[in-house]
Design a protein around this ligand. Structure first.
Ligand SMILES: O=C(O)c1cc(=O)[nH]c(=O)n1[C@@H]1O[C@H](COP(=O)(O)O)[C@@H](O)[C@H]1O
Length: 330
């Protein structure tokens, strides 16, 4: 797609470039319907998986051109993609527009330079952030925060899809101006118009969006960034905010219990009968997040032991952790 053609778009997409792109993205399976767990833990009937475009170079070029055309300002010294899908898009923009690029890592390397930001930069350079999807704005915000710590001038961001779930307003409050190529409402109406989805699917997505418009920014970790090196500050993070720190469902579940029950107490149940174990679990259950068992020291262990513990874990909302050691070094 020619740059001039893309630049003519604007309100109403007169050239149809955005519509065409949405239909192509739908064809390759980027727009998925079903039941999806989002980064925030929220269940959604729709998922926009732009990562797939790395397998379709021409489409990646189109997406990059549409995003560059939608950018909110001019005269950027740098572009920076938000990991991961923002990175290939930023690379295409960087080479096509001849604007140098930065890479903002998701995690600091534990070796070598230990830098969080790769590439050359100087203080006060103006940088445009590039992201695939915005929900709450947390991903964009975390990257902006890191770059601002390095004294870069970051006020603008461009995103392909705005899911209209509060991210734009959240970022505005952080002095970040973000524009999107398309909103969820616009995308759904394009897909409906072209017979890609039925009215029921269309309506259920819009209903979901309208009832989940108030997401808030939850930063992964309180971090500070000195000379591009990230410093974690877990001790000052709430259990609530740490729910989003991890991708592991079990760890997330543990943080959810800790946040809900306001406890980080674990009990190690070193008792020798099922009756003692079950009675202890029922007594301490309301106050703990986790019960550690040693079923190999129970004299009357059976399936009944497991069933009773499971019922109590569900009743009092705690996790069970069996600590059977093959070799106990202690
Ligand atoms: O997990 C999500 O919320 C999500 C929904 C979706 O439809 N597509 C999608 O890519 N995401 C992920 O959500 C991130 C943005 O969420 P926020 O950080 O809350 O704005 C993206 O960078 C994706 O990793």
């Amino acid at each position: 797609m020619a740059e001039t053609q893309v630049q003519q778009m604007g309100v109403g997409d007169p050239t149809g470039a955005i519509q065409q792109c949405i239909l192509s993205l739908h064809n390759i399976g980027v727009v998925k319907f079903g039941r999806f767990t989002l980064k925030s833990g929220m269940q959604s009937p729709v998922y926009f998986d732009l990562r797939l475009i790395v397998s379709y170079p021409k489409l990646m070029e189109t997406v990059s051109e549409l995003m560059w055309a939608a950018r909110p300002g001019t005269d950027y010294d740098l572009v920076c993609g938000v990991a991961y899908t923002g990175l290939p898009i930023a690379t295409v923009i960087s080479t096509k527009q001849n604007v140098p690029m930065l890479i903002r890592r998701k995690e600091t390397k534990g070796y070598g330079t230990k830098k969080l930001v790769e590439g050359s930069y100087q203080g006060n350079q103006k940088c445009l952030m590039i992201e695939d999807v915005i929900v709450s704005g947390s991903s964009v915000y975390e990257s902006v925060e890191t770059l601002r710590d390095l004294k870069l001038d970051v006020k603008d961001a461009v995103v392909f899809l705005d899911r209209e779930q509060g991210g734009t307003a959240n970022l505005k409050a952080m002095d970040i101006n973000i524009v999107s190529v398309v909103t969820m409402t616009e995308m759904m109406s394009i897909l409906l118009k072209h017979g890609c989805i039925d009215q029921v699917t269309h309506d259920s997505v819009l209903e979901f969006v309208s009832s989940h418009r108030d997401t808030s920014i939850v930063t992964k970790e309180k971090t500070s960034c000195k000379n591009g090196i990230q410093v974690m500050d877990r001790k000052n993070c709430s259990f609530e905010s740490r729910i989003t720190t991890t991708n592991h469902p079990l760890t997330r579940k543990l943080f959810e219990i800790m946040a809900n029950k306001k406890t980080n107490l674990c009990v190690a149940a070193d008792v020798t009968t099922t009756e003692e174990l079950v009675s202890l679990a029922d007594k301490v259950g309301p106050h703990i997040c986790l019960l550690k068992t040693h079923i190999d020291i129970l004299t009357n262990f059976s399936q009944d032991t497991i069933d009773k513990l499971r019922d109590l874990a569900a009743k009092h909302n705690f996790l069970l952790f069996e600590d059977r050691c093959v070799t106990d070094k202690a």
